[in-house]
Design a protein around this ligand. Structure first.
Ligand code: FAD
Length: 412
C-alpha cells in the first residue's frame, strides 16, 4: 500500500481525525484540494457548543419557520430555484422534529457531546492548544417573556442532561454583558460553554499538531474512491492514484460527490451561513452572545468581533448573497447600540447538513475500509475531536466510545 490511512478533506473534521489517528499510532495522509481549513472550518462562529443537544427541527423552530421563510433576508431561507431539490431534505427535517424522533435525537446528540467534550479537552491539553480556547460561557438572549417561555422545554432538557445554566436579568445581565439594548430583557447564561480565539487559528493548530506527530498533507482533488480487496484506491483529478488500507471521507458539504458513486444515498445538503467580522474593539464584548430569535450569534475573537449565522438553502454553486450578512449586522447594531459596524470582512461558508442534525459517522456500504465522517451541520467544530476519536476507533477496531447506530450513514 502507498499509505496507511488517507483522509479526504482537511477541514476541522479532517485535521482532528488526523490528530486522533496519529495518536492511536496510525500513519496518515491528509488530502485537500485547497489546504487546511480553507472552507467552512475557516470562518465559523467559533463555539464549542457542547450544550446544544436539541435537533434543529424543534417545535419552536418549526413554529417560527413560516415567518422566517417569508422574509427573504431572514434567518432561514430557500433560494426559489433550489426549492425542488431541497424539498425532500426539508420533509425529513420536519419529520425529525416529531416527538417520537426528538427524544432519540437528543439522546444520541447528548452522548456525542459527552465524547466531544472529553476528547476536545484531552486534545487541547495534549497538543498545548489551551491558549486558543476561551472558557467564559455564553448568553442566550431574550426580548420578551414569550421567548423565555418558548425556551423552557429546551432548558428542562439541558437540566436533565446535567448542563449548568441559569436565567439572568437586570444588573447581573448588565454585568455579564454591558451595553445591550433595553429590549433585551433576560438571558440564559451557560457557564460551561467555550469558544476558540479564532476557528482558523484553532484548525491550523490542530493540523500542525497532527503533522508534528507524523501526519502528512498532500494537496490534490480526489475524483473517486475504488474499494479493492483489503484496501481502497484513491483517484485524483490529475490522474494519479494512491492505494490505502483505509480512507476517511471528511469532505464536508462536498462529500456526496465521493459517496454517491459508492451507492450510499445520504441526504447531505448544505446550509449556507454568513457573517461579518468587525475590527477588534468594535464592541465591549465579554463573551459569546446568541440572539436565537434572529438566528445570529456574536463572537469575541482575537481577530475581531464576528456577527453571523443564518441558514440559506441554495446548494454549493450560487455566489454568496452578502445582503444577508448586512441584514444581520443591522439587527446586531439595533440590539447592541454602540457597535461600530465599519470596515467589516464578509464571509460565507457551507455547513454540511443532514436533516436530523446528527453527523454521518460509520463505514460505507460497499467497503469496511471506507469510513465516513461528515454532515456535522452547525456543530462541526464542537464535535471535531469526538468525531476523530470515533473514526480512530473504527479504523483500529477498538470498542466504540458510544453506540454509533444513530450516526449510521445508512440510517436514512
Ligand atoms: C456561519 C457559520 C457558523 C458556524 N458556527 C459554528 C460554531 O460556532 N461551532 C461549531 O461547532 N460549528 C459551527 N459551524 C459549522 C462548522 O463550521 C462546520 O460544521 C465545520 O466547519 C465542518 O467541517 P468539515 O471539516 O466537515 O468541512 P469543511 O471545513 O468544509 O472542510 C471540508 C474540506 O474538504 C475538502 N474537500 C472536499 N471534497 C474534496 C475532494 N474531493 N478532494 C479534496 N478535498 C476535498 C475541502 O476543500 C475542504 O477543505 C458554523 C458554520 C457556519 C457556516
Amino acid at each position: 500500500m502507498d499509505a496507511d490511512v488517507v483522509i479526504v478533506g482537511a477541514g476541522i473534521i479532517g485535521v482532528a481525525t488526523a490528530y486522533k489517528l496519529v495518536e492511536a499510532g496510525r500513519t496518515v495522509v491528509l488530502v485537500d484540494r485547497k489546504g487546511i481549513a480553507e472552507e467552512t472550518s475557516r470562518g465559523n462562529a467559533g463555539a464549542f457548543a457542547f450544550s446544544d443537544i436539541m435537533p434543529l427541527a424543534t417545535k419552536d423552530v418549526l413554529r417560527k419557520l413560516p415567518r422566517w421563510l417569508s422574509d427573504p433576508l431572514g434567518p432561514f431561507t430557500v433560494r426559489p430555484e433550489y426549492l425542488p431539490q431541497i424539498t425532500p431534505w426539508l420533509l425529513r427535517f420536519w419529520r425529525a422534529g416529531w416527538p417520537d424522533r426528538i427524544a432519540a435525537g437528543i439522546k444520541a446528540q447528548a452522548a456525542m457531546m459527552r465524547v466531544a467534550r472529553r476528547e476536545t479537552d484531552a486534545m487541547v491539553a495534549a497538543a498545548g492548544l489551551g491558549h486558543l480556547v476561551r472558557s467564559d460561557g455564553v448568553l442566550e438572549l431574550y426580548e420578551s417573556d414569550g421567548e423565555i417561555r418558548a425556551a423552557a422545554h429546551e432548558l428542562e432538557v439541558k437540566t436533565r442532561e446535567g448542563i449548568e445554566h441559569r436565567l439572568v436579568r437586570g444588573a447581573e445581565l448588565a454585568e455579564l454583558q454591558p451595553g445591550l439594548a433595553s429590549r433585551v430583557v433576560a438571558a440564559t447564561f451557560i457557564p460551561g460553554w467555550q469558544t476558540v480565539t479564532d476557528p482558523y487559528d484553532y484548525a491550523t493548530a490542530v493540523g500542525a499538531a497532527a503533522m508534528a506527530r507524523g501526519a502528512k498533507l498532500r494537496k490534490g482533488e480526489v475524483r473517486a474512491l475504488q474499494p479493492f480487496g483489503d484496501g481502497v484506491i484513491v483517484e485524483f483529478t490529475d490522474g494519479t492514484r494512491l492505494s490505502a488500507n483505509k480512507v476517511v471521507v471528511a469532505g464536508g458539504a462536498w462529500s456526496r460527490a465521493l459517496t454517491a458513486p459508492l451507492g450510499d444515498r445520504i441526504p447531505l445538503d448544505t446550509e449556507r451561513g454568513y457573517n461579518t467580522t468587525l475590527l477588534p474593539g468594535s464592541f465591549d464584548l465579554r463573551r459569546q452572545l446568541v440572539f436565537g430569535g434572529h438566528g445570529f450569534v456574536v463572537t469575541p475573537l482575537s481577530t475581531g468581533v464576528r456577527i453571523g449565522g443564518a441558514v440559506e438553502f441554495g446548494g454549493l454553486k450560487p455566489p454568496p448573497n452578502f445582503a444577508r450578512a448586512e441584514a444581520m449586522l443591522r439587527k446586531a447594531a439595533m440590539l447592541m447600540p454602540g457597535l461600530r459596524t465599519a470596515n467589516g470582512t464578509q464571509w460565507m461558508g457551507f455547513r454540511p447538513s443532514l436533516p436530523d442534525s446528527l453527523p454521518a459517522i460509520g463505514r460505507s456500504r460497499p467497503s469496511p475500509h471506507i469510513i465516513y465522517a461528515f454532515g456535522h451541520g452547525h456543530l462541526g467544530l464542537t464535535q471535531s475531536a469526538g468525531t476523530g476519536k470515533l473514526v480512530a476507533e473504527l479504523v483500529t477496531g477498538a470498542a466504540p466510545s458510544l453506540d454509533l447506530a444513530p450516526f449510521s450513514p445508512q440510517r436514512f
